[in-house]
Design a protein around this ligand. Structure first.
Ligand code: PLP
Length: 377
């Protein structure tokens, strides 16, 4: 093709991507069990993965049954409107199906917020150690990310409110946050909403909400009428044990939800995920068990860290982030012992490791392996 151009010759096809995309550092997930087993030359059953905040209880059994029952319907497209799932979620939250946006995991809905509302001339605000998907979603648009310093690894909501500029379109806050596990009292989140102008969308990411004790459960669904700029995201990946299926959702003002649905892929939640989610959301017993196991595990890990003289960040999630001398080396030693945890240097925390709460025997094995790695046993 004869195309007159003043462009310099192409060095790499990656240069075809706009600058904001070229500068995106890819998300690094927890190391997979299969890969670790292959590298160590040991069977997968001997690997303990505590790296991706997955449920140690396995998937909700109701979800598994529902999937078995739906295998013969795979030749159909899923219901792109998610009618059944929204119909189940809405009364649980005192909302209407029109308030909901379903996603291929809550990552998907977080990205939908950016894709639907953010332009490259605008900015989004998030905390220094906030969940990685916020900066990724903002960078993919080419918008500016405003990073707000934290107080002792905790989201500083007053500083977040103060950081909002005339060009700010979105504020992202995770409560509890990952990877720190920090939790902000809900009255402080409400104060943030009161301070932020009504034309700025405030995304409250509640991926770990189900793990909160009764007196700290989220009141945000009740706030939508007063704050139509509020978007709340939730997931079935954590307490419901369905990370592999990829189902998450947002609830928002119906106008906001409708705009997000415009940029959503029509069938972004697959058929098996949809039926499994419908079965799992009513499984209150499973969630109660997940919460109890998690609370006990958080205490077990905290006691173990104290015994090893390690400082850790108090967590309300299903994981704990602990300060470890020579964290990269300790990560390698744990890995060699078949225990996968998560380095968080990508979050600017090179001296910490994040470990997902397991069953009592998992936590015990991890703590024993950590003690050995630190030369304390
Ligand atoms: C704070 C937070 N938000 C959202 C997610 C996304 O989860 P998923 O896409 O599996 O729903 C995670 C997962 O680690 C998370 O930690």
């Amino acid at each position: 093709m004869n195309r007159p151009s003043a462009k310099p010759p192409l060095v790499s096809l990656a240069d075809l991507a706009p600058e904001n995309v070229r500068h995106i550092a890819p998300y690094v997930p927890g190391k997979p069990i299969g890969e670790t087993a292959r590298e160590l030359g040991i069977p997968e059953e001997r690997i303990l993965k505590m790296a991706s905040n997955e449920s140690p209880l396995g998937p909700s059994p109701r979800a598994v049954d529902a999937i078995r029952g739906a295998l013969d319907t795979l030749h159909y497209y899923p219901d792109g409107s998610g009618f059944e799932l929204k119909r189940k979620l809405a009364p649980r939250l005192g909302l209407d199906p029109a308030n909901f946006v379903l996603g291929n995991g809550s990552n998907d809905v977080l990205e939908l917020v950016a894709r639907a509302f953010l332009t490259r001339d605008e900015s989004a605000v998030y905390s220094r150690h906030a969940f990685m998907v916020y900066p990724l979603a903002v960078q993919a648009i080419g918008a500016q990310g405003i990073v707000v310093p934290e107080r002792n690894y905790s989201t500083d909501l007053e500083a977040i409110a103060a950081a909002v500029r005339a060009d700010t379109k979105i504020v992202f806050v995770a409560n509890p946050n990952n990877p720190t596990g920090s939790f902000n009292p809900w009255e402080d989140v409400r104060r943030l909403l009161e301070r932020v102008p009504g034309d700025v969308l405030v995304v409250v990411d509640e991926a770990y909400e189900e793990y909160l004790p009764d007196d700290l459960r989220s009141p945000t669904a009740k706030w939508l009428a007063r704050f139509p700029n509020l978007i709340v995201t939730r997931t079935l990946s954590k307490a419901y044990g369905l990370a592999g299926l990829r189902v998450g959702y947002a609830f928002a003002d119906p106008v906001v939800a409708e705009v997000m649905n415009r940029v959503r892929q029509p069938f972004n939640v697959n058929q098996l995920a949809m039926v499994a989610a419908c079965a799992a959301v009513d499984d209150d017993e499973f969630i109660a068990r997940a919460r109890a196991v998690n609370a006990a595990g958080l205490e077990q890990l905290a006691a173990g860290f104290r015994a090893l003289g390690l400082e850790f960040i108090a967590s309300r999630g299903n994981f704990v982030t602990v300060h470890v001398p020579h964290a990269a080396k300790v990560y390698g030693l744990l890995l060699a012992d078949g225990v996968i945890v998560r380095p968080v240097s990508g979050y600017g925390m090179p001296d910490h490791l994040r470990v997902t709460v397991g069953l009592p025997e998992h936590n015990e094995r991890f703590l024993a392996s950590l003690a050995r790695a630190l030369g304390k046993r």
